[in-house]
Design a protein around this ligand. Structure first.
Ligand code: E4P
Length: 220
C-alpha cells in the first residue's frame, strides 16, 4: 500500500520524505489556505521534494475553466496529479486530461456509484473520504471495501483507490486489510503509526541494562 501525506506544509513533507516513507502528496484548497502561501509556489516546491504524484486541485466548477486550470497545474511539474471534484464537469475534465496522459485524482467521493463513475472517466485515483462519512454516522471503511471489491471485478479498471480523510491508524490498518492501493494521511497520524507504549518501555529497559555493561558499540 502506498503512503501519501495529506498536507501543504512543505517542512512536514520534507521531514517525512527524508525518512524515505513517502510515495506522494495530496493537497486541497483548504490545506493551501492553511499554509498561507502562493498555490503554484507551494506545489512546485512539493514536486521538487517528492518524486511521486502530488495532487493539486482545480477550483473552477465549469468544464472549460476546470480543464484550463487542470492544464495549468499539470504544466507545473511532471508529477502533478490534477484533482477534480466528483461532479459531471469534474468527470468530463478527468476524461479529457486522462486521455492527454495527465494523472487525475477524482476527489470528494462518498458513494460506490460515484467511484464507478470515476473509474469510467479514466481517473488515475479515486478519493473516498472515510473520516467525513464516519463524522455523519456512516461507515467510511465499508465504502472502501465496496469500491475495492467492485474495481477488482474488472481487469480494465486501472483506477487506484486512494483512501482519504483518514483520522486515525485504525483507518490505515483497515485500508491495508481491504487491499486499498493508497492512503493519504495527515502528518500527525502518519507519525502515530509507529507509536506503541510497549516499544517505548522496552527500549528504555534495554538501554538501562546496556548502560550497566559499560560498553559502547562505536568505541571499539
Ligand atoms: C484528500 O485528498 C483530502 O485532502 C483530505 O483527505 C480531506 O481530509 P479531511 O476530511 O480531514 O479534511
Amino acid at each position: 500500500m502506498k503512503f501519501f501525506v495529506d498536507t501543504a506544509d512543505v517542512k512536514e513533507i520534507r521531514d517525512l520524505a527524508d525518512l524515505g516513507l513517502l510515495d506522494g502528496v495530496t493537497t486541497n484548497p483548504s490545506l493551501i489556505a492553511k499554509s498561507g502561501r502562493d498555490f503554484f509556489e507551494v506545489v512546485k516546491e512539493i514536486c521538487d521534494i517528492v518524486e511521486g504524484p502530488v495532487s493539486a486541485e482545480v477550483t473552477a466548477t465549469e468544464y472549460d475553466k476546470m480543464l484550463e486550470e487542470g492544464r495549468r497545474l499539470a504544466d507545473l511539474a511532471g508529477n502533478v496529479t490534477v484533482k477534480v471534484p466528483l461532479t459531471l464537469a469534474g468527470l468530463k475534465t478527468c476524461r479529457t486530461l486522462s486521455q492527454a496522459g495527465i494523472m487525475v485524482n477524482v476527489t470528494l467521493c462518498f458513494s460506490a456509484p460515484q467511484a464507478i463513475m470515476a473509474a469510467k472517466a479514466g481517473a488515475t485515483f479515486v478519493s473516498p473520504f472515510v473520516g467525513r462519512l464516519d463524522d455523519i454516522g456512516q461507515d467510511g471503511m465499508q465504502l472502501i471495501s465496496d469500491i475495492v471489491q467492485i474495481y477488482n471485478n474488472y481487469d480494465a479498471i486501472r483506477t487506484e483507490v486512494l483512501v482519504a480523510s483518514v483520522r486515525h491508524p485504525g483507518h490505515i490498518v483497515d485500508a491495508a486489510k481491504m487491499g486499498a492501493d493508497v492512503v493519504t494521511v495527515p502528518p500527525n497520524v502518519l507519525k502515530a503509526l509507529v507509536h506503541h507504549p510497549l516499544t517505548d518501555k522496552g527500549l528504555a529497559a534495554f538501554l538501562a541494562d546496556w548502560q550497566k555493561t559499560g560498553q559502547t558499540i562505536l568505541g571499539r
